[in-house]
Design a protein around this ligand. Structure first.
Ligand code: 2HG
Ligand code: ZN
Length: 458
């Protein structure tokens, strides 16, 4: 069957639109997650929405499962094809439509990389305010399918706040438009929002009409050395009551900073502290930030305020480059959310748990303090075998999610569930809620062909 099926795809899309070469399968069958071995049937690169619809319809007729694929920078194995699925890459859907400056909107293909979109918008004084460290590779389709967050959620919210309409190919192969270019539309359900964050399980996003924001004004960036996450939360509270607009408020432990310094060769920005906060603010009333920080007494151990754009960009690198600096190591990631007011307590409890139960592990804590989003990256000790490490991580995950649940939190703030977090979804989502999710999935994809086995099993 699969030979005929692939021949049919080749005959209709062209031989160079379908690959079965093992190297290609390895490359395209996975995202940034390394916990699963890719094993796709093939990879296909349709050129437009009509070709996507053709592929989905062919899959529906042949009962071949599909993994929709964007820039594959995901961290929850949402774009991993480990069970003979067809990888449907949206890479060739790179059209950027005319920018409607008055409506502040643009329609773009799913395969447009985030950074390419921002370059196209900049001459109009606009941007799409979803700002990710992985923006060079991450695509708009992937950003929407995973409801990407990133470094400016505190000010602008998640990707879902910035989508007006979607063009989607449903499991049947039918193409539908959900929403349009309207900033106000209360005529029935906002189905485009159901697709956002659905991790490719409800439909294949082929294009999106995005809402745009004016390019941010000049900002000031500073890094502050602190005692702990509690001090970071207090600093955040103090900054919130000043005359500045906070674009981002991030925190990282010294292990993160040390890894970035080792990996990038950048000099340390400050003498060693336990925790650092990186703050990016618009300062329209010209508050003297260095003076304000000095006035905070022993809350602030040390601080550096960038004096020009180049230094501001350098300071940002200590935060933006954490993931790439940790990536070469054997590590296990978590991405949890609690109310902002519980963030410091959670960070303290997590550190204590690891100190008591995994004293020989190094744990890199960082995250978006202003969003209550803590990233927990545990580094594998050399001596542990792969199996022992995975088992120890699974136990640590349960302990972490139990702590998160006591604060009314979520086991994924922004990376999604994919395959990686699927076993734990019920720990922070109510059973009745997950049952409703399954009902939606069955209604839109009755044969379970779109990214099956991601988020939950049917
Ligand atoms: C970030 O905040 C990303 O930089 C990645 O969400 C987090 O690597 C991680 O764990
Ligand atoms: Zn993050």
């Amino acid at each position: 069957m699969s030979t005929n099926f692939l021949e049919q795809l080749r005959a209709n899309l062209g031989a160079n639109a379908v690959a079965t070469d093992p190297t290609e399968l390895q490359h395209w069958g996975r995202d940034w997650t390394r916990a699963f071995e890719p094993a796709p049937l093939a990879v296909v690169w349709p050129r437009d929405t009509a070709e996507v619809a053709f592929v989905v319809q062919a899959c529906s007729e042949a009962c071949v499962a599909i993994v929709p694929s964007g820039g594959r920078t995901g961290l929850a194995a949402g774009a991993v094809a480990a069970r003979g699925e067809l990888v449907l890459s949206l890479d060739r859907l790179r059209n950027v439509g005319p920018v409607d400056v008055l409506n502040r909107s643009v329609t773009v293909g799913a395969g447009v990389p985030n950074a390419v979109l921002q370059e196209a918008l900049a001459p109009h004084g606009l941007w799409w305010p979803v700002d990710l460290a992985s923006k060079g590779s991450a695509t708009i389709g992937g950003n929407l399918a995973t409801n990407a967050g990133g470094l400016r959620v505190l000010r602008y919210g998640h990707a879902r706040n910035w989508v007006l309409g979607l063009e989607v190919v449903l499991a049947s192969g039918e193409m539908v438009r959900l929403g349009g270019a309207l900033h106000k539309d209360n005529s029935g359900y906002a189905l485009q929002q159901l697709l956002v964050g659905s991790e490719g399980t409800l439909g294949v996003i082929t294009a999106a009409t995005l809402a745009l924001a004016p390019l941010p004004g000049p900002s000031e960036v500073f890094v502050v050395g602190l005692r702990d996450f509690d001090a970071a939360a207090r600093l955040f509270g103090a900054l919130r009551s000043c005359s500045v607009t906070i674009n981002a408020f991030e925190a990282l432990t010294d292990l993160c900073l040390t890894r970035v310094v080792t990996h990038t060769g950048l000099p340390r920005p400050l003498p060693t502290c336990a925790v650092y906060a990186l703050c990016d603010v618009e300062n329209p009333r010209g508050l003297d930030l260095a003076g304000w920080l000095a006035g905070l007494g022993d809350l602030v151990i040390d601080a550096v305020v960038a004096t020009d754009r180049a230094q501001a960009e350098r300071l940002w690198q200590y935060r933006e480059r954490i993931t790439e600096s940790l990536q070469p190591l054997r590590l296990h990631k978590n991405d949890v959310a609690v109310p902002v007011s519980a963030m410091a307590a959670l960070a303290g409890e997590v550190s204590k748990w690891f100190a008591a139960h995994r004293p020989d592990w190094q744990v890199a804590l960082f995250g978006h303090v202003g969003d209550g989003n803590l990233h927990v990256n545990a580094l594998a000790p050399q001596h542990l075998s792969h199996e022992a490490w995975r088992a120890a991580c699974a136990d640590a995950d349960r302990a972490l999610y139990a702590l998160v649940a006591t604060h009314g939190g979520s086991l994924s703030a922004e990376h999604g569930i994919g395959l990686l977090k699927k076993p734990y979804l019920g720990l922070t989502r109510d059973g009745a809620e997950v049952a409703q999710m399954r009902a939606v999935k069955r209604a839109l994809d009755p044969a379970n062909l779109l990214n099956p086995g991601k988020i939950f099993d049917l």
